[in-house]
Design a protein around this ligand. Structure first.
Ligand code: ZN
Ligand code: ZN
Length: 361
């Protein structure tokens, strides 16, 4: 089973590092290893001890479902009204000296509690980086789920496109996105979708407002779906009414920048080279300063993961990695243009997973 194989790799890493145990609480990591879906408001903790079987700690309310659905033998509860995994972890922590945690998530408060339960000085070792690395290359099964997440986003985009016209509020369009995302089989949106138009787009706002779309504006919808834990991410640019010549030019450059980045993706290439390919196109057009973000990011169980296509990243791409490619230009007085697609790195290039029409319509 795929989960067991993943856990074996994690146990090997723990052994190598000489850790007494791992405490994993990041939602993407726990789902990667347990397969268990949690409510977004719920938390859990996967304990991987050096000796003995792994133990999954879930809220009392999730216990029955977890025992039924989760492949792990050991599932124990913590009381729902006391959101504290720690008390039930006492037997695992007693005497522990080296504990692996997700540094980005592990708070000072948790560190103090763990130290108290360990009854002595504890050295914390980051396991988050290792897990991100492990999750970066997707298995065929994961790719299948990512393809489905991408397909749902495409379907939502096709429907929402029909509602884009002068007078419709940004909020309203995002309402459609949220409804349709679930309607088409997703667990929910992969992040807070936004539709931004006109001035809101070149600012850029990154939230949908009460503003109504007006004739002559460019507008941008960024959204995604979660399918069986896996995220998609898709952006399209719309012209409300007939676009002006300069708006067409802007859009054309954004598309060419994306095409250049896509052409640069293949195994062995460094992340910054892909970023550079997109950036060059926009700089050549004289709009370099209006491209204020990264070219793309990995997608999987989390909406942002490795690799990050950034000018400072030396990360090497390899087959099975899935990422977005989304250079954008936000030009005051004219509009914003960005086309975002998801791709998987193949043996000799990349394959695009999202397939919504890319033209400015
Ligand atoms: Zn996006
Ligand atoms: Zn994105």
């Amino acid at each position: 089973m795929e989960y067991a194989g993943r856990l074996e790799v994690v146990s090997g890493w723990l052994e190598e590092r000489g850790l007494d145990l791992l405490l994993l609480m990041d939602r993407a990591n726990t789902r990667y290893l347990t397969g268990f879906r949690l409510n977004r408001a719920a938390s859990s903790c996967l304990v991987v001890p050096r000796k003995g079987p792994p133990v999954y700690v879930v809220a009392q309310l999730d216990l029955e479902r977890a025992r039924r659905d989760c492949w792990l033998e050991e599932v124990i509860p913590f009381p729902e009204d006391v959101p504290d995994h720690m008390a039930v972890l006492a037997p695992f922590l007693s005497g522990a000296r080296r504990v692996g945690v997700e540094r980005g998530l592990f708070s000072l408060e948790l560190a103090e509690r763990v130290s108290r339960l360990a009854k002595g000085e504890v050295e914390f070792v980051d396991a988050g980086g290792f897990l991100l690395e492990l999750r970066a290359r997707k298995s065929p099964k994961e790719l299948e789920l990512l393809r489905e997440a991408a397909a749902i986003a495409d379907r939502v985009m096709a429907e929402v496109r029909k509602h884009v016209r002068p007078g419709v509020r940004e909020q309203e369009l995002v309402g459609w996105v949220e409804y349709l995302t679930r309607r088409f089989g997703a667990e929910g949106p992969s992040f807070e979708a936004f539709f931004m138009s006109g001035e809101n787009a070149w600012l850029p706002q990154r939230v949908a407002t009460e503003k109504a779309l007006a004739e002559g504006e460019l507008a941008l919808l960024d959204m995604g779906a979660v399918y069986q834990g896996y995220c998609s991410d898709l952006t399209r640019t719309f012209a409300v009414g007939e676009p002006a010549k300069r708006q067409r030019e802007l859009f054309q450059v954004a598309r060419e920048a994306q095409a250049a980045a896509l052409a640069a993706i293949r195994p062995g290439v460094r992340a910054h080279e892909v970023d550079q390919a997109a950036r060059e196109v926009i700089e050549r057009a004289g709009w370099g300063e209006y491209f204020p973000h990264i070219t793309g990011h990995g997608v999987g169980l989390a909406i942002h993961e490795l690799p990050i296509l950034d000018r400072s990243s030396d990360y090497e791409l390899s087959p099975g990695m899935v990422m977005t490619v989304e250079p954008g230009i936000y030009l005051p007085g004219v509009g914003a243009a960005r086309v975002e697609d998801m791709v998987v790195v193949t043996e000799d290039g990349c394959q695009v997973l999202t397939s919504s029409p890319r033209d400015l319509v």
